[in-house]
Structures are given as structure tokens and as C-alpha cells.
Design a protein around this ligand. Sequence first.
Ligand code: AMP
Length: 248
Amino acid sequence: MKILVPVKRVIDYNVKPRVKADGTGVDLANVKMSMNPFDEIAVEEAIRIKEAGKAEEIVAVSVGPAKAQDTLRTALAMGADRAILIETDAEVEPLAVAKILKAIVAEENPGLVILGKQAIDDDSNQTGQMLAALLGRPQGTFASKVEIDGDHVAVTREVDGGLETVKLALPAIVTTDLRLNEPRYASLPNIMKAKKKQLDVKTAADYGVDIAPRLKTLKVSEPPVRVAGIKVADVDGLVAKLKELGVA
Ligand code: AMP
């Protein structure tokens, strides 16, 4: 079985995003970029499935700028076998990414596609679901456990107040939740080896996909600044203060 793992280059999760002065988006100039954390979990899970002898090849794919090659090299250093970059400087919406992935699935025929549940930049949480719908394939989203069993995969999902396990016929789509695994760090020898692994560069046009945006961002704004707290002497003081502020 082959596993396809889409990985997105996003603003590093440790960086506090700054909104552009004109409110058109987040300022990415000189900002550290990394692999989307949920996609690291997806790469790790694919590697564990391969290590368990249940997959032979892991293909990492990214839609993004030339710099997204770094993200793909990280996936290769972790243990993916080869990579495909669909190069574009445009912002690509989840539906367009899903259409590109659909075309790659037609070419590569993976038994499993493991995506992150969401990209931490746009928080869309759409790509995996859209891909499953476009392909007409079963999906197990927000996975906290993935077990391959012959021609099926059991996916344990985190739902309100508990866990739900679904059994999907392969080929299938899985999206990762935070507790699925702890991704490994790439070792220095593996980072060196990854430089020699195959990385093909293509465009959306190669797959006949129109990536023109369907959505328009009206405004991006910073969250409101938190106001400082105040101390009151006792309960009477608290009630008086709440009345004064008009919240009681
Ligand atoms: P989203 O629907 O944007 O929240 O993204 C969900 C998942 O889809 C991500 O965790 C990635 O696995 C995948 N994905 C989204 N955008 C891209 C992209 N530009 N390149 C590769 N994978 C992507």
C-alpha cells in the first residue's frame, strides 16, 4: 500500500501572528515558517504504518511556493520516500487543494491519504472532507488512533464526551487529531539523506485544476487587547463594581 501525506507550509506555531496594517491578511515577511503541526502527526503516522509492514511507500505532497520544498524535505527527513511540490505563489483555498489532491490520487493510487485535521493558518478544517467527497471515498476525521486491518482501517475519533471507532474500507481518507502520536525529530543523517530523495515540481495546470479563489477576504483584524483586571475588597465591592460596569 502507498500512503499519500499532504503537508502545508504555515507560519510556525510559536510565532505570534501580526496583522498587516491595511487589514488584508497576516504579515508573513521575515516570519519563521514550518510544517503544519497536524501534518507532522500525519507524516509520523504514515511512517509508523510503514514500519509495521503495512505500507511500502510514503509520498508527501505540498501545494505552495518554492520554499515549501523545505517543508517537503522535512517530511523526507522524517521518513517519507518521495515528494511532489505543486508550486504556486497564490493563496490556494481548500477546495482547490482538494481538487489537486484528487488528481494526484488518480495518478498515484494510494490506499490511504492522511491529512492534518486543519491547517493552523486558515483553520479551515475542510481539505480532507472535501477530498473524500470529491473521490467518493470513506473518511475518518480527527483520528486519535489508526489501525490497518487487511483491506480496512479502524479509526478512533475524538467526539464530545468520548471516543468513537469507525471501520473504513480502503482506500480511505484519514485526518489527524493532536493525540494520535508524537512526531519524531529528523536526525542529522536523515536530513542529509533527504536531500537526495526524489522531489518532483509541478503546477496546478499540469493537473488541469483552476486554483482561482472563490472566496474574498473582507478583513483580518487582531483580537481585542485584554484590559487589566481590578481587585475588589469583598463581595459587596464586587457587586457594586459589576453594577457600575453594567454587567449585574
Ligand atoms: P485546511 O482544510 O486548510 O484546514 O487543511 C487541512 C489539511 O489539508 C492540512 O492539515 C494538510 O494536510 C492539507 N492541506 C491544506 N492545504 C494544503 C496545501 N496547500 N498543501 C498541502 N496540504 C494541504
